[in-house]
Write a protein that binds this ligand. Sequence first.
Ligand SMILES: Cc1ncc(COP(=O)(O)O)c(C=O)c1O
Length: 385
Amino acid sequence: MTTPALVSRLPAVGTTVFTQMSALAFDHGAVNLGQGFPDFDCDPKLVDHVNDAMRAGHNQYPFMTGVPALRAAIAAKLEARYGRRYDSAAEITVTAGATQGIITAILCSVHPGDEVIVIEPAYDSYLPSIQLAGGVAVPVAMRVNEQGYSVPWDQVAASVSARTRMIVINTPHNPTGSILRQADLAALAAIVDNTNILVLSDEVYEHMVFDGEPHASVATHPVLAERAFVVSSFGKTYHVTGWKVGYVAAPAALTAEFRKVHQYNVFTVNTPMQHGIAAYMADPAPYLGLAAFYQKKRDLFRAGLAGSRFTLLPSDGTYFQCVRYDAISSLSEAEFAKWLTVEAKVAAIPVSAFYGTPKESGIVRFCFAKKDETLQLALERLARL
Ligand SMILES: Cc1ncc(COP(=O)(O)O)c(C=O)c1O
């Protein structure tokens, strides 16, 4: 018997650079500042809330749209933070992490041949999701200079065609650590106003914006909010990336279509975590304090690299720090990241991996969502280079 031949839906997809670099880091005993997740635990109170929910018998399928208490808590947070009232029954859906929210938003709205503008470098799930929907990704590269990365809105506008169905944005931005500001939202609104173009706004790092700046959620902008799927993730906010619980907020008509796909690609998201997170959200202090928590780590990491031969780019949000390494090496980003892992024993991610067609800028990304002692150890090694 032979296995039937299969034509791949995603022929260009292999093992991700994150998996490769983590394996390399493990093999060489390197400090792993590659993959983006904390090496510290979440608040035990959150675990207690989940335990309580399990013992209270919240162990069967919840509503397809999410546990009502969690949807209500999300709606209250969105209104308090961004001033837009989402109806928790009709406009908020709990998802299996942001990733499932992203692919579901794309599958429900992008038809074969539709174009989706993606600003690169971009989080790695956008392109395969568009491809699975039969859509065509239209990349627009961010500009990068000493002030950091920025979105060239003139080029985004020039990339719009009669086939454009969606524009994907991400703020705060992985991998660059840049943020969008109100002027960016205004530029995007000018492009999409009075069109049928939807916006997918990946805001998983919404509570990690530094130096007192506000997070410019598309929920704050009426023109954008009326056409946007706003995606977030509790994994980032509460240091529980392995729980895979997130949400999508969108106007009722968009949410109705979103749920038609959600109903069949995941149906529901695990019940006790939803109850636990809902109870934990009653106190806003953990997410309100997150920016200060990560800003301290950013400052520690940047101070440690200040005397090194790396050139630091701005890190205005997220838990990522991008650096140029041209004073140390002329290797390609991928080769340099490998060299750094094997020789200096610190793993990083090449930013070139975040482009559909790899683009060399001589920049790698470090993740500083690590214990201070992990960061210190990495800094000792990096400062020697
Ligand atoms: C920009 C961005 N979007 C989405 C995700 C995925 O989030 P989740 O783990 O909740 O699916 C990540 C995770 O790294 C991310 O960096």
